[in-house]
Ligand binder design. Structure first.
Ligand SMILES: [Mg+2]
Length: 131
């Protein structure tokens, strides 16, 4: 099995560092990072990852719009996306699914095991079929 490539898109450097640290402990992943949606789209175009963690609130291009744009491309349609939502923002979870995210994790992330489960399920089975 080839090494899985994971893209972490998050403008908050501390949050990004913590998530990357956790992912590295879960397995031997190749991890790439972006600080906004525009960088993320560029990295996906260069070399598509197997999964994306996508913060929603970011400067330049936010996660909502980056997800919409990804889902409008053939390559971007195939990549599982887990949204990183702010716990205080009620309704973001459903909105994230509506724009094309496959799952979500509320920040601050307190339960690493949940992250691992969601990650492994999507890496194994790919995007769930939704109608
Ligand atoms: Mg943010």
């Amino acid at each position: 099995m080839s090494r899985k490539r994971i893209l972490v898109v998050e403008d908050n450097v501390d949050n990004r560092r913590i998530l990357v640290y956790r992912l590295k402990r879960f397995g031997d992943f190749e991890i790439i990072e972006a600080g906004n949606g525009e960088e993320a789209l560029r990295l996906v175009a260069e070399n598509p990852p197997d999964l994306i963690f996508m913060d929603l609130k970011m400067p330049v291009l936010d996660g909502w719009e980056a997800t919409r744009r990804l889902r409008a491309t053939e390559v971007g349609q195939r990549i599982p996306i887990i949204a990183l939502t702010a716990q205080a923002m009620a309704g973001d979870e459903q909105r994230a699914l509506a724009v094309g995210c496959d799952d979500y994790i509320a920040k601050p992330i307190t339960d690493a095991e949940i992250v691992r489960q969601k990650l492994e399920r999507l890496l194994e089975h790919g995007r769930p079929q939704r109608t």
